[in-house]
Write a new protein. Structure first.
Ligand SMILES: Nc1nc2c(ncn2[C@@H]2O[C@H](COP(=O)(O)OP(=O)(O)OP(=O)(O)O)[C@@H](O)[C@H]2O)c(=O)[nH]1
Ligand SMILES: [Mg+2]
Ligand SMILES: [Zn+2]
Length: 339
């Protein structure tokens, strides 16, 4: 059953074994794009479109087995999620089966520690690895220094520097992501689509994005999965201004490992890590073991998480009190166009 195209799409023995175990013969394919009502699926036989059902929300990166009429969603090994739903307080999977989340940050954009930390939390919560890519290195003298600084501020996460204008760092990046499924996350205009096109080479241009207007900005509106000829697949996503993660403990513990280790030593379970006597965090700050900016980012992430779950619980309570209220509309494809 496996063929060269499916391998290029990132097929692993897990999907093949699952198809055999579940008796799924026929089509095997990967969702490359989801539009309202249907998904575009790449198969060994070419592209097919299948209707999506409310009962089975498909996302880019999903693997499907079975037949075109009765496609079966195969087990996801990772799920990148954000806050979604009508009240922006539900877990919503946006991309599946990625190995590596590549956070793209432009060397000439103001570095927002909280936003980049949120991307990191999302990556680890997804069950993926994280890599920070500093783009547009041609526009400043010391982009590698910027990469080192940002890596330190983000707790030592791996960082690389690239320029699609000069080609700097691209071979190293191709090697790093070889044979992996990666998703690009970042603010708008950081160069995600330019990088996607560069990685795709002659394979595929993001035709829709580039043909709509001749010049100027080509703001991405869809997530799209594209095969990289040197090995791997890349999922381009629309840029975001603000991100809210559906942060679980795992993502926070990984992204803020240094802060989290100290938090666990606090004397009080409900410590707010202010200037309280016995607070391990304020002691670590005073002795210089912890970085104030990282602690601030940690506190912002956890307090946002607390607010969201409070809001959700309050909503659930008021729903219980008003049993006849009309149910709100669940998210549609349009709500998804943010990451
Ligand atoms: N100087 C320079 N410009 C770049 C580089 N990479 C991308 N750009 C430019 O940056 C602008 C934005 O690039 P895009 O690739 O569209 O950015 P994006 O991250 O996809 O943006 P959204 O789709 O809105 O999220 C374009 O004008 C690119 O030509 C680079 O390495 N150097
Ligand atoms: Mg784009
Ligand atoms: Zn404390």
């Amino acid at each position: 059953m496996p063929d060269a195209r499916l391998n290029a799409l990132g097929l692993s023995s897990a999907q093949v074994d699952e198809c055999i175990e579940r008796g799924l013969s026929g089509v095997l394919g990967r969702v490359s794009r989801v539009d309202r009502g249907f998904a575009t699926v790449e198969t060994a036989q070419g592209l097919i479109r299948i209707e999506t059902q409310a009962s089975q929300e498909l996302v880019v990166g999903d693997w499907l087995g079975g037949t075109a009429d009765q496609a079966v969603l195969l087990t996801r090994h990772s799920e990148l999620a954000r806050l979604g739903g009508p009240h922006k307080d539900q877990r919503q999977t946006v991309v599946a089966n990625v190995d590596l989340v590549v956070i793209v940050h432009s060397a000439v954009t103001q570095f927002r520690l909280e936003l980049l930390s949120t991307f990191l939390v999302m990556a680890y919560d997804a069950g993926a690895d994280a890599l920070v890519v500093i783009s547009k290195s041609d526009l400043i003298d010391d982009a590698d220094n910027v990469a080192r600084h940002i890596s330190t501020k983000l707790g030592g996460v791996e960082a690389m520097t690239i320029s699609t204008a000069t080609g700097y760092g691209l071979d190293a990046l191709r090697q790093r992501i070889k044979d992996q499924s990666i998703v690009l996350l970042g603010e708008s205009g950081t160069g995600k689509s330019t990088l996607t096109n560069e990685l795709a080479g002659s394979e595929q241009l993001i035709a829709g994005e580039l043909s709509r207007s001749g010049q100027g900005k080509h703001t991405t509106t869809h997530r799209e999965l594209i095969v990289i000829p040197t090995g791997g697949v890349v999922i381009d996503t629309p840029g975001v201004r603000d991100a809210s993660s559906f942060s679980g403990d795992h993502g926070i513990a990984m992204a803020f490992h240094d802060v989290y280790d100290v938090v666990l030593q606090c004397r009080f379970n409900d410590c707010e890590h202010g200037d309280t006597a016995g607070c391990a965090v304020s002691e670590a700050l005073a002795s210089g073991t912890l970085d104030q900016e990282r602690v601030n980012a940690y506190l912002a992430e956890t307090s946002q998480r607390a607010q969201i779950s409070e809001r959700r619980e309050e909503r659930e309570r008021s729903k219980e009190q008003k049993p006849n209220r009309r149910r709100s509309r669940w998210s549609t494809a349009e709500d998804l166009e943010e990451i």
